[in-house]
Every structure is written in C-alpha cells, then in structure tokens.
Design a protein around this ligand. Structure first.
Ligand code: CIR
Length: 257
C-alpha cells in the first residue's frame, strides 16, 4: 500500500523562496483548489493520503518532498538548504517516524529532497544551491551499508535535480538535456522532454502510473506514445512558487516496513 504525505498550501505562499523565477502574484484559492485536485489524483491512483499539520506561516511548507528522502529501510530527514524552510521538517519527521527508522542530515550538510532521485539501489543527488557535498557524503554514509550507491549529479538551469529529471520506471528517466546530461544516468533509458517545454521533466510516478502537468502537452503526447498510463493535473499556480508535482508529496510504501 502506498501512503502519500501532503500538506495544504499555506496562507503565506506569496513569500515563498524563488531562485530562477520572477515573483508573480499567486492566487491562494486557486492554488488550494489545484492542490486538492492533486490530492484527489493521488487518491484515485490508490494512495492513502495523509495530511500533515498545516504550517500557515512557513511559505514553502506545501513542498513536503524537500524535507525527507524515503527509502524502503529508513527515511532520511533533510536539513533544507534555505534557512526559511528548516522548521518544516519536524512534523514530517514525526509522521515518517511511524513508518520508518529515521536518520538525519546534520550541519554543515544541507540537502533538499527535490535533489534526490532513487532508482532501485542507485541514489542520484543533484549538487545545487540547496544541496552540498557534505550532505551527499552523509547520505552515502547512511545508506551504503544498505547496499545503496550514492552518485552526485551536476545540473544547471533549475532549482532542484528533480526539475531536470525524474524517474518514470525502474529503468527509465525523463529529462531535460539542457539542464542535465543523460550520461548522469548511465545504464538507464532516457526520454527527453519536448524542447519547447523546459520544465516538463517533473513527472510523479505512483504505483506504475504517472501524474503529469497538463501544461506540457507535447511532452505528455510523447509519454503517452510510449504507452505510459498518465493522469494529468493543473499545477500552474504552485509552479509560480517554483514547485512541481513531485514536490507536493512524499510517497511511502507501507508494506515494506
Ligand atoms: C523553494 O524555493 O524552496 C520553493 N519555493 C520551491 C520548492 C520546490 N520543491 C522541489 O522542487 N522539490
């Protein structure tokens, strides 16, 4: 069974961190409606959705992906690269502690979950403005005895590695080749996004199906032509906060405890 941890859009979302985007007005009610559609889609894909406590004063708290890296054996609670986001982690740790043993990234390490792609026993970690080499080293130390291989990945043009690439299946990643080289994922098949849709590389894989933003029809058609089972949602309002689909949930397999 899959559990999806989510958190509501906070009233303070307009004060969110922004790195690559110009600040645009965010319609809080529209963002909340779109978030509810996202939750409904997760439910339709068979997830049990669990809502974390609301954190109205933490502007980026809807982006729960950044607070943890969930593996079958344990969960690593991150130390987010943006100081404004550090108070988001305690409630995520509390919830995940019911399902997994917890380990923690310690200072001076900083890590955002959005920089981490787990494929089988391989963990790809983007070096970014949020994730440093010390945290990548700590993640390796925590996971190597479990048989995981942590590989640092360089990328550019976007905030997190998962904006440049995401896992579609255990042997396949979707990527924007302008932002990350396919060589980083040696041994795996790669599918490139349509060049006119640079932000289209963030798909959320849930139980063999994909959740994908309706705003990238060209890449969507490309994925459908490859036979993927895809459900679309409109995530345009949270995209103004530099958040994509994977950012808004932590998917936890609860049989594997
Ligand atoms: C931030 O800058 O931290 C947020 N405004 C967006 C975080 C998006 N999370 C993600 O890509 N994993």
């Amino acid at each position: 069974m899959l559990l999806a941890l989510v958190r509501s859009v906070p009233a303070s979302i307009a004060q969110c961190e922004l790195t690559h985007l110009e600040r645009l007005p965010i319609d809080l009610q529209l963002a909340a409606r779109q978030h509810q559609q996202y939750v409904d889609a997760l439910d339709a894909l068979g997830c049990i959705v669990r809502k974390l406590p609301e954190l109205p004063h933490l502007p980026d708290s809807v982006f729960v992906e950044d607070a943890a890296v969930v593996l079958d054996e344990l969960a690593v609670i991150t130390r987010p690269g943006a100081e404004s986001r550090r108070d988001e982690i305690s409630s995520v740790a509390e919830a995940l502690g019911e399902y997994r043993a917890l380990r923690f990234i310690e200072a001076p390490g900083t890590l955002d979950g959005g920089d981490v792609i787990v494929v089988g026993r391989r963990i790809f970690v983007g070096r970014s403005t949020r994730t440093n080499d010390e945290a990548i080293r700590q993640l390796g130390e925590i996971t190597s005895s479990l048989g995981y291989d942590v590989q640092a990945v360089s990328f550019r043009g976007c905030l997190h590695l998962r904006s440049a690439a995401t896992k579609l299946a255990d042997d396949t990643v979707l990527l924007n080749p302008q932002w990350v080289s396919g060589n980083a994922f040696a041994g795996m098949k790669t599918i490139e996004i349509d060049a006119e849709e640079p932000s289209a590389a963030n798909a959320l894989e849930v139980g063999g199906s994909l959740l994908f933003p309706e705003s990238y029809p060209r890449t969507l058609a490309r994925l459908r032509a490859r036979g993927y089972d895809i459900r679309t949602v409109d995530a345009s309002e949270l995209a103004k906060a530099e958040g994509a689909l994977t950012c808004c949930s932590l998917i936890v397999s609860v049989e594997s405890r």
